[in-house]
Design a protein. Structure first.
Length: 141
């Protein structure tokens, strides 16, 4: 299987099989989705899909828009600020750290520092349902 096809299959499968456990509820999890342009010229966008659990733990995936790599995202937050670590899992996945805060409108505003293309400023929108791909709710950066 080609790398790009494998990344697409895994990214889709993660959500199809419910990697994050039972269906999400507002009381237990909150999801965020977004994409950001690298601050390094000529690099692909980085797409994000994150879930913040009631425990404060944050899990998810991040992958380059050209499907050259996928990374696992882990971290924690305290409701206002959060820190994340990206660990490559397939191909040339993004590697680095993210520090960010919640905006007054419920979105995420953050900066990523890492290797190569993994450097950027990003905003993410909250999801109304973490189990759907296209359901960005209000909020914003």
């Amino acid at each position: 299987m080609h790398l790009k096809a494998a990344v697409v299959a895994i990214a889709g499968g993660i959500f199809a099989v419910g990697m994050y456990g039972p269906p999400a509820t507002a009381a237990t999890t909150q999801g965020f989705s977004g994409r950001a342009e690298s601050s390094v010229p000529g690099c692909p966008y980085l797409a994000w899909r994150l879930v913040k659990h009631a425990s404060g733990d944050i899990t998810g995936i991040a992958y380059y828009s050209d499907l050259s790599g996928l990374s696992q995202v882990t971290g924690s937050g305290n409701g206002e600020a959060f820190n994340l670590v990206l660990t490559p899992t397939m191909g040339n996945g993004p590697k680095g750290t993210v520090a960010g805060t919640r905006s007054s409108r419920g979105g995420i505003v953050a900066d990523m520092r890492g290797e190569g293309c993994a450097n950027m400023h990003l905003t993410m929108m909250p999801l109304t349902d973490v189990n759907r791909w296209t359901n960005v709710g209000g909020g914003g950066g």
